[in-house]
Design a protein around this ligand. Structure first.
Ligand code: AMP
Length: 404
């Protein structure tokens, strides 16, 4: 028996198949360029990699291809669609409606549609994935929504309210929600497993640094603050997103350059961040390559990127009244020693000291702090899909009887 996890974007569908009992990964893959004349399909299982072109006019067709491939004699991971017991769906924005992992029914779908104005880019493709999977799978298979925002629902009002007219919050739900919750939760729980203890007493800053980046202050296992806001634009510097900046700049640029609000929105989401400052790339590897050759703005982009993260670490130590652990995760957090070194430099006053040699090693999960560092510093690879499978299984088992 299996759990299938899917994560849909506007033209993509990522999937992972997990064994039901022990949640071991059995297959993973993706469909890209959905809606184009030819779509790309890739799947890996048992050391085999299959890449092919397929026809996928929409997400339903793409999902059907995934199921057909899993059923195919070549792959043979499932014998019948009924071998998939649960489908877990990543949903970006749950607003204040969904504070935890939720089994999807018609009412939930209606409420998800009501969340679209808060996440117009992310929630519609997530909904397309849900609709597609429900149409292809047999009736009675539970579909479960796991929300990026849910882990941060423990934030207090002092951290989630913007100092705007209170009526905006009351009427339009304008507040900070935070994202990457599945990742922040996964790595903070993994830390407890490594330490062999519960979350009580831990004051952890989790740094999810990837294509999008966010930090969270996780106290006693609960998120008390996080750097992203009502949308994923707020917070630290990202590949193409600005992160925090003075909102008055929007009007200034509109007036000065005669830009429309949509133009400026595009600038702050797609043309800023590492790309905006460096003028080179949104990928930190390219920026670092140029910085090493002495490219001034590449160096500047790296400095701003790391300085902003450092500031958040300090702020969250203050918010939690101390700091026991820092976790680096996601594409940059797991793989980039330069960023980790710059973020942790001159932080001895907070009890942070990292072993520079260990920091450089190409190894996975480990601590990189020195033995005498008061704060433990970790690299913990994230696994959002596994977390989705785990949560989906938990909620289904606690709600309905599942035949294994
Ligand atoms: P993610 O969103 O977690 O998949 O992270 C993707 C980002 O991680 C990419 O855009 C790169 O900037 C970064 N990344 C991936 N591999 C490396 C690496 N080996 N060194 C530095 N950065 C990396």
């Amino acid at each position: 028996m299996n759990i299938l996890v899917i994560n849909t974007g506007s033209s993509s569908l990522k999937f992972r198949l997990f064994n039901y009992d022990d949640l071991k990964l059995r297959a993973n893959g993706l469909v890209e360029r959905i809606g184009e004349a030819k779509s790309d399909f890739k799947m890996e299982w048992n050391g085999t990699v299959k890449k092919t072109n397929i026809e996928a006019a929409d997400h339903k067709a793409a999902f059907q291809v995934v199921i057909n491939e899993l059923l195919s004699p070549e792959c043979g991971l499932i014998k019948d669609v009924s071998d998939i017991k649960i489908v877990g769906h990543r949903v970006v924005h749950g607003a204040e409606k969904f504070l935890k992992t939720t089994i999807i029914n018609d009412d939930v779908i209606e409420q998800l549609k009501e969340c679209i104005p808060l996440a117009p880019l992310h929630n519609p493709p997530n909904l397309m994935g849900i609709t597609a999977a429900k149409e292809v799978m047999a009736d009675g298979v539970p579909h479960v929504a796991v929300f990026d925002t849910a882990f941060h629902s423990t934030m207090e009002r002092e951290s989630y309210l913007y100092a705007l007219p209170y009526s905006y919050y009351e009427k339009y739900s304008v507040r900070r929600y935070g994202f990457h919750g599945t990742s922040h939760k996964f790595v903070s729980q993994r830390l407890c497993e490594i330490l062999g203890q519960g979350p009580e007493g831990l004051k952890v800053v989790t740094c999810h640094l990837g294509n999008g980046s966010s930090l969270a202050a996780v106290k006693d296992g609960k998120s008390i603050d996080t750097s992203m806001g009502m949308t994923p634009l707020e917070g630290v510097v990202m590949g193409t997103r600005s992160g925090d900046f003075d909102p008055a700049i929007i009007k200034y640029i509109m007036d000065t350059e005669g830009k429309s609000i949509d133009d400026v929105d595009k600038v702050i989401n797609k043309q800023s961040g590492l790309l905006g400052i460096s003028g080179i790339s949104n990928d930190i590897r390219d920026v670092e390559d140029e910085a090493e050759k002495g490219h001034e703005r590449a160096n500047l982009a790296l400095d701003v990127f790391c300085y902003r993260i450092k500031k958040y670490v300090g702020a969250y130590a203050a918010a939690m009244g101390g700091l026991t652990d820092i976790i680096f995760t996601a594409g940059i957090g797991e793989n980039d020693p330069i960023v980790r070194r710059k973020v942790c430099s001159n932080m001895e006053f907070l009890g942070i000291s990292i072993d520079l040699e260990n920091n450089e090693l190409r190894k996975t999960e480990r601590t990189i702090s020195t033995p005498d560092s008061k704060v433990r510093v970790w690299i913990i690879p994230t696994d959002e899909e596994l977390m989705i499978a785990r949560e989906a299984k938990e909620v289904v088992e606690s709600t309905v009887a599942v035949g294994k």
